[in-house]
Design a protein. Sequence first.
Length: 456
Amino acid sequence: MGTGWMIKMKIGNKLFITYLIVLLVGFIVSGVSFHFLSQRYLLVEARKEIKAGGQFIASALAKVPLNDSLSLGENIVERRQLKVAGRFIESKIIVFNKQDIQLYSNLNQAEKKEFQQARQEKTFTRDYVSQDIPIVAENGAEKGHVIIYSKLKDIKNINLLAWQTEVISFLIAIFFALLIAWRLEKSLTRPIHQLMYSMNNFSVKEPIPELGIQTGDEIGELALCFNSMAINLNAYDERQKTFLQNTSHELKTPLMSIQGYAEAIKDGVVEGVEVERSLDIIIEESQRLKRVVEEIIYLTRLENVNDSFSFKLANLGEIVEKSIRSLNHMAQEREIDIRVEGDVNLDSWCDGEKLERVFINIISNGFRYANSSIIINCAVSNGKTVITVTDDGVGFKNGEENKIFDRFYRGENGGTGIGLAITKAIIEGHQGRIEAYNGENGGAVFKIQLPDCIKE
């Protein structure tokens, strides 16, 4: 409960109060330090001035007879005031002869009584700053001595005046400091309030609002992060809508075909051999529908379940060869030559089953466009396994290479439009990267980069 009140406060008020506390602590520390240091400084200066004054008087009186009160007064009057820290304080002077008989003083009766009492009670050194200077004649004989002193209270009053001046200066300074703090607090909280408003009113169904927050600090970076998040959410929402639309279309097409042939058979529209053909179409469309659903489920699991991968040390050459063997019949039917080049004897921590599916998807996609050959090249670069799959077909149309990994995107002669999306999800699940582009000599190129390769 001790800090609960701070947690519930707005950040602007927290900043303002923190700033005020810092000012107060700074004033207290500096004020207390100034008070003690200035007190010591004033005492040191007062002792110097009193000593200098006493020595001046003693030097002057050394040249005159001590029995001449008029001469004594003339030599003393100009040293009755001492200058300490730019201010004058009254000094009290008492002159004694060699027999310790008082010859002169500028004390009134009350001050004389106070002086005698302080000396008797031995509080003189506590309440006064004083110097006892001997008066020495030119021949070296001591003629007497002079006591010059000032009340410690007078010196403390000078310190008090300085303290009051500091307090007034602080109050003026804190007024302007709080004014600046208020302006600063407004400049900090204004973009935060603007950002809060945008967050509270954000919707993926509405256009992304232009924040225009350019503070050049962490708040500006937070606004950029919010904009980036909003753009990603909108893009994700668009992808979800497109995915649902494409899924509906992919499921609707075989379902309509199945429904149409089933109703035709039921109504007797088709007879004889046509019935068997219609049933074959129904079976084919059912299998296609099943394949689409399985691929959608598989892709969704890849993108949303972290433990869908089973990593272990596997040889990439064996994975590639196994993928090629499973596609040999298709290669022979289409008269496509599949060649493996480079160093394929590379071991890597991977999910071999899923990587096999990657190569099957890419190679089978190449069958649709290649003229006569597909080349698979393996190499190591900067500690990563780099695999390229190149065909000798016409390559990608302008901008098509940026879309082929999207769900349900199908080029000419395309399949379900999910295979390459699955391929990308598997590679990214391996912390790898896949890209597509046109080769220098034509044809499409798929480039895969996988980390942590181990060469045999």
